[in-house]
Design a protein around this ligand. Sequence first.
Ligand code: PMP
Length: 354
Amino acid sequence: MHTKLFIPGPTEVREDVLQIMSRPIIGHRSKEMTDLYERIHNNLQKFFNTKNEVMVFTTSGTGLMEGSIRNVIQSNVLNCTNGSFSERWYQIALANGKNAEKMAYEWGKSVKIEDVRAKLETGKYEGIALTHNETSTGVRTPIDDFYKAAHDNNALLVVDAVSSLAGDMIDVNKADVIFAPTQKSFALPPGLAIVFISDEAMEKAKKVSNRGYFFDFIAMHDYYVEKKQIPATPAVSLFYALDYQLDKMMKEGMENRYRRHKEMANMVQKWGKDNFKLFAEPGYESVTVTTIENNRNINVDAMRKELRQRGMEISNGYGKLKDKTFRIAHMGDLTPEEIKELLENMDEILSKVK
Ligand code: PMP
C-alpha cells in the first residue's frame, strides 16, 4: 500500500511527476540538456517574478546552507536561531571557519526585526543568516523588513527558505540569497536545490576568498553565461521532473498556490488548537508545516503507527521536541481534501490512543 506523506519533507510526489523521470537519460553536455536547463532557469525567474540570478544545484538544502555562507560571507555573520535547523546553520558557519555569532531565541518564537536591526547597527556583520520557516517548530519569520534593515547597514540577508519556498508567499527579491531544495514545497523528489541571488550578493561573492569549488556561485554563473550548462554532472532525471513541475506550478500560479497552502494550514491549525495546542508563537504559524504541542501526553508513535496502517504518515517532533510535539506538513501538491481525510482519521485514532 502507498503511504501518503504528510511529513515536512520529503513530501508526496504525484504519479505523473514520477513517470516523467523514467525518460531515457540525455548527455549533460547535449543540446537537449542545455535547452532544458535554460527553460528551467527562465521559468524559475518567471514563477518567482524576479530577475535575480538563479541556479540549480544537485544537492539537498544543507549543501546550500554551506554554499551560501561560503559565497557571501568572508568572516562575520549573525546567525539568528529559533530551532533545530537554524542551529544547524550556525554550526555550518562555524565549520566553514566563519566568525559566526548566534542570536538565539527560545524554540517556538520567531526572530524579531528590532533585535536584528540593533545588532546590524553595530556595523559588525557582513550578513544575517535567517531561517524563514523553522521546520522543527513550525514558526515562520516574515522576512521583508529584514532585507531593508540589512541593506541600511551594508549587510546581506541570507535566507533558508527550505520548507517554505513555492508554498508560502515569498518575494525572493527581498533576499540576497534565498534557497530551497526540491523535496519540500516543490513536491519533487529529493536531490536538487534552487537558489536565487541578488546582484549585490554576486558582487560580494567576487570579493570573498575561499568560496570552495562545487557551490561557487561565480563559477556557476560564468558557466551558464558561456554554455547554459552546469559545471558538474547534474541529476538529469530530476531536471525532467523540475521542468515538468514548473509548468504545473505556473498553471496554478503563485497566488493560488499560496492560498491552497494557507487553507490547509488553517485546517490543521484549527484541529491542533481544538485538540492540543500549537507550538508556534501566535501570529507566526508556518503556512507549510504545523508543530503541535503534545500537551495531552499521548503516545505519538502509537498514533503514527495507526495512521501508517491507514496509508498516511505524519512526523514526530524533531530532535529534542520528539514526543513533546508532532508535526503535520501541508505542503507541496497536497490538497485540502487530503488534509480533511487525514484529520478525520486522526480524530478516530485519537479516541483510541491514550
Ligand atoms: N533547513 C530547514 C529549515 C529544513 O527544514 C531542512 C530539512 N528538513 C534543512 C535546512 C536541511 O535540508 P536538507 O535535508 O534538504 O539538506
